[in-house]
Design a protein around this ligand. Structure first.
Ligand SMILES: [Zn+2]
Length: 62
């Protein structure tokens, strides 16, 4: 059975994608997921990812 699903909106880059993962009912696109994985903690972009991920955790607690 072919199911028609709308593209998900990535919580990190705020763009709609088809491929990616769902964390705590929030979607992270494959591109951002790969970027997060290969971004070292000391990288200047890392805090950005942490902030985006924190949105998910805060939502979960609400
Ligand atoms: Zn993304």
């Amino acid at each position: 059975m072919q199911e028609r699903v709308m593209p998900f909106r990535c919580i990190v880059c705020d763009q709609r994608h088809w491929d990616g993962i769902t964390v705590m009912e929030e979607f992270i696109c494959g591109r951002c997921e790969r970027e997060m994985i290969r971004t070292p903690v000391e990288h200047e972009k890392y805090p950005f990812f942490v902030v985006q991920m924190r949105k998910i955790w805060l939502k979960e607690q609400a």
